[in-house]
Structure formats: structure tokens, C-alpha cells
Ligand binder design. Structure first.
Ligand code: ADP
Ligand code: ZN
Ligand code: ZN
Length: 804
């Protein structure tokens, strides 16, 4: 094969196609689709992905590939196809799709070298190349490429004797440690020991250690174990008794943790009924999508675990997605506890290097199961047996930047490719998924009871307007207060949930009503007590809290709304004996802080866990018998047609945190709109009726799942430019689409200005439009040059979840 088609790393529409390059002689038969290369492009050099190799090229003068970056493809055939599909279905550039599927370590600038696999030595290598590696076990990649024995090297890479190390500019990508081993025989060690003078105690202990132990040992561990210093070890190295070597280790974020081994539990009747269809489709190697609708605590996770066990028995692999914020130590524990070292964990709390190590374990087939957040859906497994998406209703499964994919859709794509089941689990499925299940597109599996028939918690709704009338000005209703006090007396724990989304602590003048807002964004600033500052959550602008109203100079300027810090202060006032752990963005920003706080709560070092959205998911504590929701309705007022659905989901999820074990649970929901159906039905745990009511409203207003949506957002520094462009787009779409499609707008976005850029949006509602994608592509193409050269941005979101 003489030529390679390459997608280059340049994000403009003119280059969103492959370009032909000649494959230099030494790499023919070596370069394969899915490998990354460096190619000349115009006057510069670009990284690119080979998508095809071929014998002919229609192009007359082709340049040659400069550099080969991978010994084996980083994107396999399936992922290359998936990349094409992502490009088509989300309207992104091919290069963006490819890059989204790989760990960021592979995107960075790097140098590379070849080294002998950690378990092998140069004697394992082909004789022709042994000398190349004899000296320091490493070989510069560029030298390797130019070597006449490159074909031998490649075979050794495939055989696993050699591997490529990417060295990122700032840090090495593989971690190594110093390890000590004996090179002298035990006899020699013994002989040397007996000749040592009396006072050389440390050396003696070290020698004794190696006489008794055969295996090499990390230097650090040796020092601890025999209580000696580096210098004694060095002396023995100099005497040719011991040898120090660098060996690669994986960075394991969980290395200090011990995971108690767990065994499969005998399933309940409901669980048995739910798992059977999944096992059947595994058996038949058939692609089915299952929607597992099961109330909180109904044992969904146990079903996942047992289905995965079957998959692993067949020698296949599994992907489990969980929302970022519920990837708690508890969740990891459940998978690592059952499957031990076969599990890779991927989430945003890992460093670039840690993520890369986990990715390589998957790529090399050293693990069989990945548990991770959204992007783990691209795990480079070759033989997937099941894909599970827990809490399928979570909005974090949609990526809010290009490629704007939804992990559920990618899962279904991969499930088809591998002929394997996809399981979507939730106690509050999205309307879209439940509607599909009702139509038979997905298979519905239902779990109506908690395991061992533990009752769902009783939920009390408190009307906060009444509390005010009764003269209670605190943020705790009488009922919640009494119940909290009661928990403290009984030594039980409580979770207090503050719904902060759409409700920040804004600053208002009590005299004139002036609200301080960001000078760059049309949104009020948020008060941060910690540093007495006002901050914009969109652009990062901040200023000091002013002593007087900027408008009328009144000194009665106060912040409104409730932040977690204020709740904490209030608890200290009314329940001074309570020990509180607060979890919000401020207290969890440092790496590992999240886990630390949860563990501390688990050890009962606090009575109350107070937090925002991040505590709504996946927590499971024995002694939590009370959940309080301080403000249930704040999200209802967002300009979003999913506001009711999100409120219902959140309240149900939060309630699910109470009474999961032997102690019964209670929930108190405080609200200013107690009559709202999403709150009423969450109280009754009535998903079915909520679904019915909400579907009716969606139908009435032409929203999903009855209609599909496209959201086009135009932004520009000049308001007239943003508006006129949006108007053009709207007119163009009206001409191109059938009269069954509705094109709304342009209207100014719910947040009309962010970072000094004005924002206008058009919304398209449609059922079936054959020329939709082509028309949207035409828009991007038409404005491409202007977007590159000026300040204009146009974003197209198919099936948007965020309407702001
Ligand atoms: P969900 O994922 O639906 O919220 P879980 O799988 O977390 O439910 O189960 C809730 C609790 O019940 C967990 O503590 C779990 O260990 C336990 N559990 C699940 N299945 C069984 C079973 N078959 N027998 C006994 N306990 C179970
Ligand atoms: Zn701002
Ligand atoms: Zn004022």
C-alpha cells in the first residue's frame, strides 16, 4: 500500500476531509488505519489520523508522511467508524470526533521512545535488535523508525516484548520506581555477609533479606522493611551484590484502598425476572436495549454486577457508565469488591497520567471492565459483551461541547456493532426513554420494590409560606427542625439538600431593589462569604462586596437566597450541638476532598451532611434516616421545558437516600409551591402518573419526546450582528424545511449576554425532516470563513439538554 488517507488536526470545514499522503518505503505494510502520523500541510506540520491505506491516489503530487506516532492503531476499526458516525450525527469535524475518543495524554505534545516490556529483558528480543537495547533498555523512537530493522522492532511490539512510551512535554507519561534485586547468588551473599565487620549491621540486615527473599523489591519498601538507609544499599550495589533498576508501575489512584471481596447475592424474585431477559440476549449474542426502571434501592446495581459476571465468564468485556458525581468511593467499592483488579476506573478526578494508564490497561486487555463517567463509553475494548448506563436520566451524559454526543446514543451504536445488550437503569427514567420502552423500542424491566421489601421513605411536604405566616423566619420548618433534633438524640444521621441550581445568593438593595449584576453578562453576581466577593459564575468576573448600594447609596444592601454556608451558620445557631459536614464546590474543589468528606460522614464523624446537587446521587449510608430538602422549587422557575421533569427526578433521587437499610426513612420537602404536580407526585413516588401528566404537556407544546429539537445559538460582540445572523439562519431554515417543522425565533437566549457577547437563538421542532442535516451543514459551511476570521460563533445542538 503506497498511500494513506489522513484526517489532519485543523478544525475548519475546508479540511474536514481526508488528504492523501505517500507512505515512505520503510513504513509500507506497517502504517494502518487508526494510527496517528505527522504530515506536512502547507507550510506547517500537523498531527493526523490515518483512516485508509490504498494503492492508488487520484491526487497527482502527494507529499510523504513525516512521522509515525503509533506502533499499533490507537483507534480500532470500530472506533474509526464510530468517529464518522459522530461527525454525521452531531455535525462536528472528524478530527474533533477522533480526539474526543482518546485520552488527553495522546493529544498532547510528546516525544517517544521504545523500551523493553517490564516483564521481559533484552534476551527475549530478536538477535538483530538486541544490541540496540542492551545499554539502557530504551531506544529513541525516531532512531527506531530509521533503523533497517524497524520491521523486526514492529514484530516485537506486537508480541509485547517492546513497547512505546510517550513522553509528554511537562511530565513523563509512565511512572517508574526504583527497584532493588540481588545479582549475586545466595551463596555469594552469604559469603559476603560473613566477611563483614561486626558494626556493619545495616548491610548485614539487607543481605539477610535477600538471602531469605527471592523477589526484587521496591527501594522504598526495602528501606522500610530492614530499617536501613540508601547509602547502605548503594554500598552493596557498588560491591556488585545488588542491582538497582527502574521499573514501570501503573499509577493506581486506588492503590492505598483495600476492597473487601464480595460475592453475588441470591436475587429476589423481581431481580430474577429483570435479569433473565438480559441474560437471554447475552446468550443469543443479540443487541437489545433494556430500560431498567427500578425504584431507589431496588437492587439494580446487584443486577448489573451479576450480568457483568456472565459477560466476563464468556471472556467478553463490559462498560459501566455512572454520572461523574455518583462515582463515589462507595460505587467504586462495589465494582472493585466484586471484580478486583479486572476493573479500570475513569473519571475527571484523575490526572492526565492516571487516565492514560487506565486507558492503556483497557487497550491492552489487562482489565475486562471499565467503570467511568461519560467518556468511558469510548473504551477501546474489542469484544464488548454488555454496556450499562446507570442513572440514565442524568444530563451529564450529554457533552456540552463538540462533539455534542449523548453517551446513550453512542452506547446503542456500540451495542449494535458488538451484538450485545445495552442496559439503561434509573428510578426516574427520562421521558424519552420511558416512551421508547412503552412503544417497544426498548425492553422495559421493572423493579417496583426495594430489596427485602423495605418501604420507600414517607415524604412530608411543608408549605414554607405557611411557616412565614406562623412567624417562623428561619430556613427550617418546625417539622424539619423537630425531626433533626430527634435524629441527634437518637444518634442517627441526616442529609440536608440545598438545591442551588437556578438560585444563587444574589445581592439586592432593600431600599431601591437594585440587583448587582455582572458588567459582561446579563446575570446577577453571586455573593461569596469566604472572601467577601461578588463573582460571576459565567465569566469569572469578580468584585468586592460594596458597602453601599451603587445606585441609591443606601447601606441596606444585602444578599438574598441561601448558600450552603448560610445554612451551616443557621444550623450552628438553632442546633449548636450538631456536627455538620458541608459539601459544595468550595469544600470539594481540592482533589480527593469529596471522598474524604464522604468517608468521614460514613464513620459517623458528623450528624448532618449538608450539600448541593453533588450529594443527591449514589450515596448509601446505614444510619441516614432523614433527608431534608430545603428548597424544592427553585429549579421549577428555570426557562426550560424540562424543569418539572428535573425537579421530579431530583426530589425522587434525594428521597432515595433515606432509610435504605434496616432503619426506616423519612423525607421533608420544603417548598413555596406545594401544589405543583412534580412535587406532589415525587411525594407519592408515583413515576407512572408523573410520566402521564408530563407527556400530556409535552404533546400540547410540541416538545420531546413527541418532537425532536435543534437549538441554534449565534453569538457576537455586536448585538445587531448576532441578531441579523440569527434572522438569516431562521429564514434559510424556513425555506429548506417542510411546513411541518416549526422554526422559532430568533429570540434572545435565556442568558442574553455572556462575556460581552450577545446571544440569540433559534429553536427548530420537527418530527421527520429529510433535508435537516444537509441544511444545518450548509449553514456551518456558509459561515465558516466568517467564524474563522471574525468573532462570530454559531453552535448547533441536536437534541439539546441545556436551553440556556
Ligand atoms: P439500586 O441500585 O437500585 O439503588 P442497590 O443495588 O444499591 O439498589 O441495592 C440496594 C441495597 O440492597 C444494597 O445495599 C445492596 O447490597 C442490597 N441488595 C441488592 N440486591 C440484594 C439481594 N438480592 N439480596 C440482599 N441484598 C441485596
Ligand atoms: Zn460575567
Ligand atoms: Zn439602592
Amino acid at each position: 500500500m503506497r498511500y494513506a488517507s489522513v484526517i489532519v488536526d485543523l478544525k475548519v470545514s475546508q479540511t474536514d476531509r481526508s488528504f492523501d499522503y505517500e507512505i515512505p518505503h520503510e513504513w509500507r505494510g506497517i502504517i494502518k488505519p487508526g494510527m496517528r502520523v505527522v504530515v506536512p500541510f502547507g507550510s506547517r506540520k500537523l498531527q493526523g489520523f490515518v483512516v485508509e491505506v490504498k494503492d492508488e491516489s487520484a491526487v497527482k503530487k502527494v507529499k510523504a508522511i513525516d512521522e509515525l506516532l503509533d506502533p499499533t492503531p490507537v483507534l480500532n476499526e470500530e472506533l474509526l467508524k464510530l468517529g464518522e458516525w459522530l461527525t454525521e450525527s452531531t455535525l462536528c469535524f472528524k478530527i474533533t470526533a477522533f480526539q474526543a475518543m482518546l485520552p488527553s495524554a495522546l493529544k498532547a505534545n510528546y516525544q517517544k521512545e521504545l523500551l523493553i516490556h517490564k516483564d521481559r529483558s533484552y534476551e527475549h528480543l530478536h538477535p538483530d535488535i538486541q544490541t540496540l537495547f542492551q545499554k539502557n533498555k530504551k531506544l529513541d523512537w525516531n532512531k527506531a523508525c530509521k533503523s533497517p530493522y524497524f520491521h523486526v522492532i514492529q514484530k516485537e511490539i506486537e508480541a509485547g516484548n517492546l513497547e512505546v512510551q510517550y513522553v509528554v512535554k511537562q511530565k513523563t507519561n509512565k511512572r517508574t520506581i526504583k527497584q532493588i534485586k540481588a545479582i549475586a547468588s545466595k551463596k555469594e551473599l552469604q559469603a559476603f555477609l560473613s566477611k563483614l565487620p561486626k558494626q556493619a549491621n545495616k548491610q548485614k540486615r539487607i543481605l539477610q533479606f535477600f538471602i531469605e527473599n527471592d523477589d526484587p523489591i521496591p527501594l522504598k519498601k526495602l528501606l522500610e522493611e530492614v530499617q536501613c538507609t540508601v547509602s547502605s544499599v548503594k554500598t552493596l550495589i557498588d560491591k556488585k551484590m545488588l542491582l538497582e533498576e527502574e521499573v514501570e508501575v501503573y499509577r493506581d489512584p486506588y492503590e492505598k484502598e483495600h476492597f473487601e471481596k464480595t460475592n453475588p447475592l441470591p436475587l429476589t424474585n423481581e431481580q430474577t425476572k429483570a435479569i433473565q431477559p438480559i441474560l437471554a440476549s447475552l446468550e443469543k449474542e443479540q443487541h437489545d436495549v433494556f430500560l431498567m426502571y427500578g425504584v431507589t434501592g431496588s437492587g439494580k446495581t446487584e443486577i448489573y454486577l451479576q450480568a457483568i459476571e456472565e459477560v466476563l465468564k464468556k471472556g467478553k468485556e463490559a462498560i459501566v457508565l455512572v454520572p461523574e458525581i455518583s462515582l463515589t468511593p462507595q460505587m467504586v467499592q462495589r465494582f472493585k469488591g466484586r471484580f478486583g483488579s479486572k476493573v479500570a476506573v475513569l473519571h475527571s478526578g484523575l490526572s492526565t497520567g492516571e487516565k492514560y494508564d487506565e486507558w492503556r490497561k483497557i487497550d491492552r486487555g489487562e482489565v475486562k471492565l471499565v467503570v467511568g463517567a461519560r467518556s468511558a463509553i469510548f473504551a477501546p475494548f474489542q469484544n464488548i459483551g454488555i454496556i450499562i448506563i446507570d442513572e440514565e436520566h442524568e444530563t451529564s451524559y450529554k457533552q456540552e461541547e463538540n462533539p455534542r454526543y449523548h453517551a446513550r446514543e453512542v452506547a446503542i451504536y456500540r451495542g449494535k456493532y458488538h451484538s450485545c445488550p445495552v442496559v439503561l437503569g434509573s428510578a426516574t427514567p427520562t421521558l424519552e426513554s420511558y416512551a421508547r420502552a412503552q412503544k417497544g423500542v426498548y425492553n422495559l424491566l421493572t423493579l417496583t420494590e426495594r430489596v427485602n421489601k423495605r418501604p420507600l421513605p414517607t415524604v412530608e411536604i411543608v408549605d414554607m409560606r405557611e411557616e412565614l405566616r406562623k412567624g417562623n423566619r428561619t430556613m427550617f420548618s418546625e417539622s424539619l427542625y423537630t425531626k433533626l433534633k430527634n435524629r441527634l438524640e437518637n444518634g442517627e444521621q441526616a442529609v440536608l439538600f440545598l438545591n442551588k441550581r437556578g438560585y444563587s445568593s444574589f445581592v439586592m438593595c432593600r431600599d431601591c431593589g437594585f440587583v448587582i449584576s455582572c458588567p459582561h453578562c446579563d446575570i446577577s453576581l453571586t455573593y461569596h462569604r469566604f472572601d467577601e466577593k461578588l463573582k460571576c459564575h459565567y465569566c469569572g468576573y469578580e468584585e468586592m462586596m460594596p458597602p453601599h448600594c451603587p445606585d441609591c447609596k443606601s447601606k441596606y444592601i444585602r444578599f438574598f437566597g441561601t448558600g450552603t454556608q448560610r445554612v451551616e451558620e443557621e444550623i450552628a445557631k438553632v442546633l449548636p450541638e450538631a456536627r455538620v459536614i458541608r459539601m459544595d464546590n468550595d469544600t470539594t474543589s481540592r482533589k480527593g476532598a469529596h471522598e474524604k468528606l464522604l468517608k468521614s460522614f460514613g464513620r459517623k464523624e458528623a450528624d448532618i451532611l449538608l450539600g448541593t446537587q453533588m450529594i443527591a446521587k449514589g450515596l448509601d449510608f446505614q444510619d441516614v434516616t432523614l433527608v431534608g430538602v430545603l428548597t424544592a422549587d427553585t429549579m421549577l422557575h428555570l426557562p426550560d421545558f424540562r424543569a418539572s421533569e428535573k425537579t421530579f427526578q431530583l426530589l425522587t433521587q434525594v428521597s432515595g437516600r433515606a432509610g435504605r437499610h434496616t432503619l426506616p426513612g423519612e423525607v421533608v420537602i420544603q417548598t413555596y409551591v406545594p401544589e405543583h404536580y412534580s412535587i406532589q407526585l415525587a411525594q407519592r413516588h408515583d413515576y407512572a402518573l408523573f410520566f402521564q401528566k408530563e407527556m400530556y404537556i409535552r404533546k400540547l407544546h410540541h416538545y420531546p419526546p413527541y418532537y425532536y429539537l435543534v437549538l441554534i445559538t449565534v453569538s457576537h460582540q455586536e448585538v445587531t450582528k448576532a441578531l441579523s445572523t440569527a434572522e438569516h439562519i431562521s429564514l434559510f431554515m424556513k425555506k429548506r424545511l417542510s411546513d411541518k417543522a416549526q422554526i422559532l425565533g430568533p429570540v434572545s437566549s435565556p442568558i442574553p449576554r455572556i462575556n460581552d457577547r450577545y446571544r440569540y437563538q433559534c429553536m427548530i421542532k420537527y418530527k421527520r425532516e429529510s433535508s435537516l442535516y444537509e441544511s444545518l451543514k450548509a449553514i456551518l459551511k456558509h459561515y465558516q470563513q466568517e467564524m474563522n476570521q471574525t468573532d462570530l460563533t454559531i453552535s448547533i445542538d441536536l437534541n439539546p439538554l441545556m436551553l440556556m
